[in-house]
Design a protein around this ligand. Structure first.
Ligand SMILES: C[S@@+](CC[C@H](N)C(=O)[O-])C[C@H]1O[C@@H](n2cnc3c(N)ncnc32)[C@H](O)[C@@H]1O
Length: 241
């Protein structure tokens, strides 16, 4: 399943106020991504953050990485307010990350790349935006992400495996670190799980009628009595060739 940027923007704009409190796994990936990045380098003259959302990754970067210039991007201009909570001075590029042309020493992105259809194109754009020896650090999700929903409904984003990502990014980058892990969340009931999707802007199922919601909830409860939801993040740190 592919979702167009306009729909993605609408969903994230609606969830931006509830995002920070509910995006537990995304917070975890941001912390991990930056702690691995710090091992590679802890100072970058300039940083470009793609899909900065409500500033979860921004906050981690500011705490652990030193920099002189910060450039932030998101489809929604509402993100600017969140970044400004952590970075006193920055340039904000509103719109599709694919259109940003800004030379920097680090490109960082948390929980965005799964939304892109053509990652070869993203890899080329990131390479061109990086200075010599520049670093690209991102997190995304593997095909096991939300496997409960996929197995129950057949609906899933077209996630790539870590191996597929390596094949794509090694054309332009030396891969320095790859890490895959799983985080399983549990909910009181399926409606709470659907609310979690809504609050984090991940409406995997699209618009549903009342009957479809009822069917989803009873199917979920039957198949996964503990109302679990698996997240399967992948972390990548690469250096421009
Ligand atoms: C799952 S959220 C992650 C937010 C943030 N990076 C974090 O650490 O929590 C994905 C963010 O990427 C943005 N986004 C999605 N597609 C985008 C695109 N093509 N260009 C720029 N931003 C995009 C969304 O608006 C949303 O804010």
């Amino acid at each position: 399943m592919q979702i167009n940027p306009k729909t993605i923007k609408n969903r994230f704009e609606k969830s931006i106020e509830t995002y920070r409190q509910n995006a537990i796994v995304q917070k975890h990936t941001a912390v991990k991504l930056v702690s691995e990045l710090e091992k590679v380098k802890s100072y970058f003259p300039s940083i470009l953050e793609l899909g900065c959302g409500a500033g979860i990754l921004t906050e981690q970067i500011v705490q652990k990485i030193r920099f002189d210039k910060y450039f932030a991007n998101d489809l929604t201009g509402k993100s600017k307010n969140y970044v400004s909570e952590f970075v006193p001075e920055f340039v904000f590029y509103e719109g599709n990350a694919k259109k940003v042309r800004q030379k920097v020493d680090l490109i960082a992105s948390n929980a965005l790349f799964q939304w892109f259809k053509n990652l070869d194109e993203i890899s080329d754009i990131c390479k061109n935006n990086l200075n010599k020896d520049g670093i690209l650090a991102f997190s995304t999700f593997s095909p096991e992400n939300f496997r409960e929903v996929r197995d129950l409904t057949g609906i899933s984003l077209e996630y790539k495996t870590a191996e597929e990502l390596k094949t794509i990014f090694k054309k332009n980058f030396d891969i320095l670190h790859v890490e895959e892990f799983e985080k399983v969340l549990s909910f009181e009931n399926p409606l709470e799980l659907l609310a979690h999707f809504k609050f984090t802007g991940v409406n995997s199922l699209g618009k549903q009628t009342f009957t479809q919601v009822k069917e989803f909830c009873s199917g979920y409860k039957k198949r996964y009595p503990k109302i679990t939801l698996t997240y399967s993040p992948i972390i990548f740190i690469c250096k421009k060739k």
